[in-house]
Design a protein around this ligand. Structure first.
Ligand code: ATP
Ligand code: MG
Length: 561
């Protein structure tokens, strides 16, 4: 095996084998087939990266196909959101297709099947049909309508199409085998009546094709070579093939379905239906709420397309389902933001510091590097003055030697600024420290080259000048579910594990360089984490989201427990 081959995933191996076995490179064609019944989530990102990744590897077209056969759940809002998300992830589809584009063709083929005696109209209730279905170990029973004449079937099917019947009165079924060991082969439903307008075909149709009848035929129409889906469709493969067997013209390419494992992420749910429940029950504000595992939620939270793609690449694709820890996703965004996000100073839990030997009314603008790891990121000026904020947790009256922050009688360096020493502090009636009085060493200014500026002290703190600081709303997020696998409990619903404290809104004090930050801008708030400007932000009221903390605080907490 050479290097190139080693890095192939098992789907790519299947494609390689097909190329050796007679497929031409020009035959390769893929599709990503979302149902527009919700927003895309991080699980879809795996499927997108797989399909579009194959397109890039083999220089083959990839269609974006909307599987829009259920007007009860589908909407154009979702179509637009899906297109935006796929583009944002950095992929270009060859053509935009809709299963609904094929309604007429599918109907004509269904009539063909009726004429060949391979489909019939069943007029039983869904309960009766379910009773006859049998079990995996017991064969099913044939419907009393199974042997209707072709003429009668055609007339009834036409009536269904023309709106002569109410919902549930008749369905069209494929005539396959009621004794098959594969339950899906026991005369599966192909069409049902639904008197609902469709987001694209409006009221043109009142019968809608089922997934199994639609999917493979759409692949065939588009001449998709490899139709990749998740493992739950493995038992559907036989039916996928059966439908194709009835139709495929030997001069055309015959699509093949292959399966890979669904990706799950810890501490969340990845199912559009369940995510919709979170939106509808007001657990989150919207599909793009920054706590959601949707692509749009991650985007709003401050994730980059690069970080999502590298996450998907790292976890790769598998043959067996498992749960990927969300900390791996966080690792990828941290890594990318570390490279691209400018550093700034922001205080979230302010404690006032007064530099008693600094002249009142004086201000100085200090040089601050935007990214110590990237010289090209340049620098900015931050104002220094007599009254500053530091974080409350960065000061203690007394502490042991391992506390490398500010304590009475101790010294720290203020980032980009001076060394200060805590001399005394003032407390409120409850004993909380409300102000720390410090002195500074005027010769210790960072970067000034003096001996004192090079003096090493253990701690370096971020800070802001009170009179220059901007106020902003800062939204701190925690995991949306307290359980690692909220979906994995037999006796409990995933909603039982919603974390009531997944969002905390606080006021932050920002260095003034952030004045012009606009929606989507990303920063490292030094010592605190990565943050971006939320879509709710305005020039008057800046709003920031914490994308991720600097370190994995959960890993530490879990170790402690
Ligand atoms: P959901 O239950 O969230 O609606 P779905 O599979 O019904 O998921 P589709 O819109 O039909 O969603 O999915 C489009 C494609 O994305 C399908 O090929 C599907 O198999 C794949 N996909 C969906 N969820 C995941 C996941 N968690 N991991 C990998 N691929 C996924
Ligand atoms: Mg679905």
């Amino acid at each position: 095996m050479d290097e190139e081959e080693k890095s192939l995933n098992f789907i790519e191996h299947i494609v390689e084998d097909d190329l050796k076995g007679g497929y031409k490179r020009e035959d390769l064609r893929f599709r990503f087939p979302p149902e527009p019944n919700g927003y895309l989530h991080i699980g879809h990102a795996s499927s997108i990266c797989l399909n579009f990744g194959l397109g890039l590897r083999y220089n083959a077209p990839v269609n974006l196909r909307f599987d829009d056969t259920n007007p009860a759940k589908e909407e154009s809002e979702y179509v637009e959101a899906i297109k935006k998300d796929v583009s944002w992830l950095g992929y270009e589809w060859d053509t935009e297709r809709y299963a609904s584009d094929y309604f007429q063709q599918l109907y004509d083929w269904a009539v063909e099947l009726i004429k060949q005696g391979k489909a019939y109209v069943d007029s039983q209730s869904s309960e009766e049909m379910a009773e006859q279905k049998g079990t995996p170990t017991e064969p099913g029973k044939e419907s009393p309508f199974r042997n209707r004449s072709i003429e009668e079937n055609i007339a009834l099917f036409e009536g269904m199409k023309n709106g002569d019947f109410e919902e549930g009165k008749h369905v069209l079924r494929a005539k396959i085998d009621m004794t098959s060991s594969n339950m899906l082969m026991r005369d599966p439903i192909m069409y049902r009546v639904l008197h609902k307008p469709h987001h694209r075909t409006d009221t043109d149709w009142c019968i809608y094709p089922m997934y199994d009848w639609t999917h493979g035929e759409s692949d065939y129409i588009e001449q998709v070579s490899h139709s990749l889906c998740t493992l739950e469709f493995l038992p559907h493969r036989e039916l996928y093939n059966w439908f194709l067997d009835q139709l495929v013209d030997s001069s055309k390419l015959r699509p093949k379905q292959r399966e890979f494992a669904r990706r799950n992420l810890s501490h969340t749910v990845v199912s559009k239906r369940k995510l919709l429940q979170l939106v509808e029950n007001g657990v989150v504000d919207s599909w793009d709420d920054p706590r959601m595992p949707t692509i749009s939620g991650l985007r709003r939270r401050g994730y980059t397309p690069e970080s999502i793609r590298s996450f998907a690449d790292t976890i790769g694709i598998a043959k067996r389902e498992n749960v990927v820890d969300v900390s791996l996703l966080e690792f990828h965004v941290r890594e990318h933001l570390n490279k691209i996000a400018p550093r700034v100073m922001v205080v979230l839990n302010p404690l006032k510091v007064v530099i008693t030997n600094y002249e009142e009314g004086k201000e100085e603008w200090l040089e601050a590097e935007n990214n110590p790891g990237d010289e090209s990121a340049g620098s900015r000026q931050v104002p220094f003055s007599r009254e500053l904020y530091i974080e409350q947790e960065d000061f203690r009256e007394e502490a042991n030697r391992k506390f490398f922050r500010l304590k009475l009688g101790g010294e720290v360096r203020l980032k980009n600024g001076y060394i200060i020493k805590a001399e005394s502090c003032t407390k409120d009636a409850d004993g909380n420290v409300v102000e720390v009085q410090c002195t500074y060493d005027p010769k210790s200014k960072s970067g000034s080259g003096t001996e004192e500026s090079l003096r090493k002290v253990k701690g370096t703190l971020h800070w802001v000048s009170i009179s220059h600081a901007l106020k902003a709303e800062v939204r701190l997020y925690d995991r949306l579910f307290t359980d690692e696998n909220p979906d994995g409990h037999k006796d409990k619903d995933f909603m039982d594990f919603v974390n009531p404290d997944s969002l905390q809104k606080i006021t932050g004090y920002l260095e003034p360089s952030l004045k012009d930050a606009t929606v989507g801008d990303k920063f490292q708030f030094q010592r605190l984490g990565y943050f971006n400007v939320d879509t709710d932000s305005t020039a008057e009221n800046l709003v920031f989201n914490r994308t991720v903390t600097l370190r994995d605080t959960w890993a530490k907490l879990e170790q402690k427990n």
